[in-house]
Design a protein around this ligand. Structure first.
Ligand SMILES: [Zn+2]
Length: 406
């Protein structure tokens, strides 16, 4: 009941107080198509990926954007991945379009459109995930729709900005940022003309409690200057992460010394599962996030070109792929208190087996204290499969201890 009331209130507020650049109806339409069973989870190099790419390219064409792939709007790339232990060489494709305002500098607006397909390429968190469609509505039909909607907005706003815009829907992200790495290695427009990159990965699950998580904050002082007032205007709570290196495609641009910023509404229990479906998207929330990004683009247009800064990267190297063990939990990245707050647990993995549930805050693991998520990552790096350790956590105000088997 409370949620419904909040939803109505914020809907009325955003409808009357601000210009509405975006409508839930068109966001709903794009996500419904991209996350439909027909596209079979948009696995890189699959038929579903090709159909999604065609849909995005057709939309860019309708808007009159210039095709700037290597083959029309498409930029194909080679990708090798293992299916049941056997390596397959395949072709994935980025979709790339250009809004030419005859400016010297270009802002890249990107999101990955690939997802986990039918669960054969690994990284699904659903049990028995093979041959099941992973629709990936939040991850990342939501961000792909953001690219399409911002392309429409910038085309139709009757303003000739002082920047050009390059819209890229990346593939191969779920296999390791392959499409964006390919683009930054073989750019179809000189990277020296790119002044910043805006990425959207999972912007469909906004809650008032968590707000948005903004990464790349430390890659240029411009983000800290422009974003806080815009977030207030949209009544969006935000948490910042300084690093330009993260688990999405902005990383590829940061590593080429380009200021980056990425928007994310946080993890949830459906992350990388077959239940990440379109009916769970907060469409009105996505409207607010896109309003913020559109305003950010307009403000960037009035600024001198943003300066690049090397961002502190406390967790360099500590990516999940380096661990032999994990708890099978989705951390709450917006949580800033002490410990590791859990957003979701994966079925039949160590945390779930030990009785840890969403909402718990793990404060100690294997005899070591967890201050932040980075402590948790460090502790994981010290353990092996099969080891049994003690985990201490808070459930509400209650302190609990359980044995966890990695
Ligand atoms: Zn993603």
């Amino acid at each position: 009941m409370k949620n419904i009331l909040l939803f109505l209130l914020s809907f009325i507020a955003s409808d009357t107080a601000f210009a509405q650049h975006f409508q839930t109806a068109s966001i709903r339409k794009h996500i419904a198509f991209l996350a439909s069973d027909d596209l079979e989870g948009r696995g890189t190099a699959s038929l579903g990926e090709v159909r999604a790419a065609n849909y995005i390219a057709d939309y860019f064409k309708t808007l009159g954007l210039k095709p700037v792939g290597t083959s029309g709007y498409f930029q194909p790339f080679e990708v090798t991945f293992a299916i049941d232990g056997k390596a397959h060489a395949m072709t994935g494709r980025n979709v790339v379009a250009f809004l030419d305002n005859a400016a010297a500098k270009t802002i890249v607006i990107g999101a990955h459109y690939d997802h986990l397909g039918k669960g054969f390429q690994g990284s699904s968190l659903s049990p028995d995930s093979k041959n099941q469609i992973h629709n990936g509505a939040d991850d990342n039909a939501s961000g792909t729709t953001g690219v399409m909607e911002l392309a429409r907005y910038l085309t139709e706003n009757n303003v000739t900005e002082k920047h050009n815009y390059l819209f890229i829907a990346f593939s191969g992200e779920e296999l390791g940022l392959i499409g964006s790495k390919h683009f930054t290695e073989k750019p179809t427009l000189p990277l020296t003309s790119v002044s910043s990159m805006i990425n959207m990965d999972m912007i469909g699950r906004l809650t008032d409690e968590k707000g948005i998580i903004v990464s790349g904050w430390g890659t240029s002082p411009v983000w800290g200057k422009l974003i806080p007032p815009l977030a207030r205007k949209q009544n969006l709570k935000y948490t910042v992460d300084s690093s330009g290196v993260g688990a999405s495609d902005h990383t590829s641009f940061y590593l080429k010394n380009i200021p980056v910023v990425q928007f994310f509404t946080g993890g949830h229990g459906d992350y990388h599962k077959i239940s990440d479906d379109a009916d769970k998207i907060n469409y009105e929330g996505e409207v607010r996030i896109l309003n913020l990004i559109a305003d950010l683009l307009m403000n960037l247009d009035k600024e001198p070109e943003p300066e690049f800064a090397t961002a502190a990267n406390p967790h360099s190297g500590a990516t999940t792929s380096n661990f032999k063990v994990t708890l099978g939990v989705m951390p709450d990245y917006s949580y800033t208190g002490k410990g590791l707050k859990i957003d979701g647990v994966s079925k039949a993995r160590p945390a779930e087996k030990a009785g840890i549930v969403a909402g718990d805050i793990i404060t100690r693991l294997g005899g070591e204290e967890i201050g932040t998520i980075y402590d948790y990552m460090e502790i994981l790096g010290k353990h092996e499969k099969g080891q049994v350790v003690e985990a201490e956590f808070l459930r509400g105000s209650e302190v609990k201890k359980v044995k966890v088997t990695f």
